[in-house]
Design a protein around this ligand. Structure first.
Ligand code: GLU
Length: 428
C-alpha cells in the first residue's frame, strides 16, 4: 500500500515514501508517527532572478527543504539541474535524513535545488544565481540550523560563493555555513574523494561477504563526475579492474581494464567526454549508452549518476553479482524486485554514498573547533565510520532476514523515531 504524505508526484518521492512505509511496517510503527517522519519539516520555494552575460534578465526557481531536524541541524547538498523540482528535492532531503541517522551523524536531513542547467551558464551567471539563491534561502541556513554542501551540478566554488554571500549578510566570515568548501576557505582535506572512497569501502565489504573480494573484481561505473571518477580510481587502487565507464555523452569499454590515467589526462587536456578520450571501445553514444553498458560482463556495478538509471530492463540484463549505489536513487522500486528475484545484492544509496556527508560532518567538526586535520586522518575517520555502519547494516539485514535496502531504511527510520520518542511532541 502506498500513501502519499507530501503529495508525491515524482517517482523519486514515491520510491522513498514507499520504502519508508515498508520499513515502518517491519518496525510495527503506528501510522501517525510514520506520516510525521515522512512529511518534510519545511519547504521553501524561492524565485532566483539573475542578470545574464548579455545584460538581459534570467529567472530560475529554487528550493530548500528541511526534511527531518529532530536529531540535529539539517544537512544536505544543493543540486543545479534543469529538471530538478520540488518533489525531487523533498525526496532527496528524506534520503539525507535516513543517511545521517543510519551513519549516526548528529544531523537531520535537507536538500536544495535550482532548476537550471549549470553547463548553459557562464561562470559569472552561475555566481549571480548562487548568490541570489543564498540570499533567498538565508532564513533557513546557518551553522546550527542547516548546512548546504555540493551535489549534482555544484562544486567547491559554488560553496565559496554561498559562504561569502552568507558571511556578507552576517558581517563576519562564517565558514561553517556550508561544507565541501575549497581548502583555502577551511574546507576539509579528503572531501572531494570522500563519496567515492565510501562507495569503494562499501563495495569492498560487500564483495568480501559475498566471497569474491574486490581484488581482481570487474567493475562497471555509470557517471564519471566527482563520485564516479573517484570510485574508479580508488577501486583500481584496491586491485579491481574498471572495465566500463559512462557519462552523458556515451560509454567506453575495455575487458582488460580501462587506462584511467589516460582518461584523466585526456579530459584535463580538453576532451569533452569519455568517448572523446579515445580510451577503450565505444559501446554507444548519448545517455542511452549507459543502459547498454549495464549488460557488460562484470562483478560489480556502481551507478554514480542520476536517479532512475537502473529500471526493470537494466536490472534484467545485469551480469553483476553486486550493485553499489553511488548516486542517490539510481534504482527504481520495479528494478529492486527484479534484483531480489535474481538474487543480486544491492548496497543502497543511503549507506553506499554516505562517505560524502560523513566527511562534511568532519569538516563541520574542524570548522567548529578551528582545527585542520591531515588528509590521512580524515580518510581514516571516513573509512572507520563507513565500516561501523556496515556492521550495523549487515547485522540488521541478517537478523531480520531482509535485503540491504530495507535494512538501511529500518536502521535510519528506527534511529529517527527513537529521537522523536525521547524528545516528545510539542505541545504534548
Ligand atoms: N550531496 C551529498 C549527498 O547526497 C552530500 C551532502 C552533504 O555533504 O551535506 O549525500
Amino acid at each position: 500500500m502506498f500513501t502519499a504524505v507530501s503529495g508525491a508526484g515524482h517517482p523519486a518521492l514515491e520510491a522513498i515514501e514507499s520504502r519508508i512505509w515498508e520499513a515502518a511496517r517491519q518496525l510495527g510503527l503506528a501510522d501517525g508517527l510514520v506520516e510525521n517522519v515522512i512529511a518534510p519539516r519545511r519547504v521553501l520555494e524561492v524565485s532566483v532572478p539573475y542578470t545574464r552575460a548579455d545584460g538581459t534578465r534570467g529567472h530560475a526557481t529554487g528550493w530548500r527543504v528541511h526534511h527531518n531536524t529532530t536529531r540535529g541541524p539539517a544537512k544536505g547538498g544543493v543540486r543545479y539541474h534543469p529538471e530538478v523540482c520540488r518533489d525531487e528535492v523533498v525526496a532527496l532531503a528524506a534520503g539525507m535524513s535516513l543517511k545521517c541517522a543510519l551513519m549516526n551523524l548528529p544531523l537531520g536531513g535537507a536538500k536544495g535545488g535550482v532548476a537550471t542547467d549549470p553547463r548553459a551558464h557562464t561562470s559569472k551567471e552561475l555566481e549571480r544565481i548562487t548568490r541570489r539563491y543564498t540570499t533567498e534561502i538565508f532564513p533557513l541556513i546557518g551553522p546550527d540550523k542547516d548546512v548546504p554542501a555540493p551535489d549534482v551540478g555544484t562544486n567547491a566554488q559554488v560553496m565559496a560563493w554561498m559562504m561569502d554571500q552568507y558571511s556578507m549578510a552576517m558581517g563576519y566570515a562564517v565558514p561553517g555555513v556550508v561544507t565541501g568548501k575549497p581548502i583555502e576557505l577551511y574546507g576539509s582535506l579528503g572531501r572531494e574523494s570522500a563519496t567515492g572512497r565510501g562507495v569503494v569501502e562499501a563495495a569492498t565489504l560487500a564483495a568480501e561477504e559475498l566471497g569474491f573480494g574486490i581484488e581482481g573484481a570487474r567493475v562497471v561505473i555509470q557517471g564519471y563526475g566527482n563520485v564516479g571518477s573517484w570510485a574508479a580510481r580508488l577501486a583500481v587502487e584496491r586491485g579491481a579492474r574498471v572495465v566500463a565507464v559512462s557519462d552523458v555523452d556515451g560509454a567506453v569499454h575495455d575487458p582488460a581494464g580501462l587506462d584511467l590515467e589516460r582518461i584523466d589526462r585526456a579530459l584535463a587536456e580538453g576532451a569533452h567526454s569519455l568517448v572523446e578520450t579515445g580510451v577503450g571501445d565505444v559501446i554507444g553514444t548519448g545517455v542511452e549508452a549507459s543502459s547498454e553498458m549495464f549488460g557488460v560482463d562484470c562483478d560489480i556495478v556502481m551507478p554514480c549518476a542520476l536517479s532512475g538509471a537502473i529500471d526493470r530492463a537494466e536490472a534484467e540484463q545485469l551480469t553483476a553479482r553486486l550493485i553499489v549505489e553511488g548516486a542517490n536513487g539510481p534504482t527504481t522500486p520495479e528494478a529492486d524486485l527484479v534484483l531480489a528475484d535474481r538474487d543480486i545484492w544491492l548496497i543502497p544509496d543511503v549507506y553506499a554514498n554516505a562517505g560524502g556527508v560523513t566527511c562534511s560532518y568532519l569538516e563541520q567538526c574542524q570548522n567548529f573547533a578551528h582545527l585542520t586535520w591531515s588528509e590521512d586522518e580524515v580518510n581514516d575517520r571516513v573509512v572507520r565510520l563507513m565500516r561501523d555502519a556496515y556492521g550495523r547494516l549487515r547485522d540488521t539485514a541478517e537478523s531480520l532476514g531482509i535485503r540491504h535496502r530495507l535494512a538501511a531504511t529500518v536502521l535510519g527510520l528506527r534511529t529517527i523515531v527513537d529521537a522523536h520518542h525521547l524528545r516528545g511532541l510539542s505541545p504534548s
